[in-house]
Design a protein around this ligand. Structure first.
Ligand code: HEC
Length: 138
C-alpha cells in the first residue's frame, strides 16, 4: 500500500523531470518481444539472415520496464529477484549470440540458437510470468 503510493510518486516525479527514461509497460515490452521473435522465425524460414539478426538485436536491446514497475518487482519478488534477473540476462545473452551467428551466416548455428532463445523465454514464463503479472495488477 505504502509502496504502491511511493512507486506512483517516483514514476510521476521522474517522468516529470526528464524525458530520458522510456516508461515502457512490461506487457507492451513482452508483446513487442513476441513480434521480434516472429521477425526472427520469418527470417529463418525465408533464409534471410539479416532479418534474423535484426530481430535478435531488437530482443537483446528491449527497453526496460518503467521505474514504477521495476520498483514493484524489486519490492515484490523477495528472494526470487535474482532468478528473475538471471532469466532476463539469459534471454539477452542468447539473443546476442543468435545475432552473431546470423551475421556470420551460420545457418545451423542460427537454428540452434533460435531454439535456445525460445527456451529461455519460456523458462522465465514458466517460473515468473504468473507471480509478476499479479504484482503488476496489484
Ligand atoms: C525475465 C522474465 C521474462 C522473460 C525472459 C521473457 N518474458 Fe515474456 N513475460 C514475462 C511476464 C512477467 C509476462 C506477463 C506480463 C504481464 O501480463 O504484465 C510476460 C508475457 C509475455 C507475453 C504476453 C504479453 C501479453 O500481451 O499479455 C508475450 C507474447 C511474451 N511474454 C513474449 C516473450 C518472448 C518472445 C520472450 C523471449 C524473447 C519473453 N517473453 C521473455 C516475463 C518474461
Amino acid at each position: 500500500m505504502g509502496g504502491k503510493f511511493f512507486a506512483v510518486l517516483i514514476t510521476g516525479a521522474l517522468t516529470g523531470i526528464s524525458g530520458l527514461a522510456v516508461a515502457a509497460d512490461l506487457k507492451n515490452i513482452m508483446a513487442q518481444l513476441g513480434r521480434d521473435m516472429h521477425q526472427v522465425s520469418d527470417g529463418i524460414m525465408q533464409d534471410d539472415l539479416e532479418q534474423v539478426a535484426q530481430g535478435a538485436q531488437a530482443v537483446a536491446d528491449h527497453p526496460r520496464p518503467s521505474l514504477g514497475q521495476r520498483w514493484r518487482i524489486l519490492q515484490g519478488m523477495g528472494n526470487e529477484l535474482e532468478g528473475f534477473r538471471q532469466a532476463d540476462a539469459r534471454v539477452h545473452d542468447q539473443a546476442v549470440e543468435l545475432g552473431e551467428v546470423a551475421r556470420a551466416g551460420d545457418r545451423e548455428g542460427v537454428v540452434k540458437h533460435y531454439f535456445e532463445l525460445v527456451e529461455a523465454c519460456i523458462a522465465c514464463h514458466d517460473q515468473y510470468r504468473q507471480p509478476v503479472r499479479e504484482l503488476m495488477r496489484e
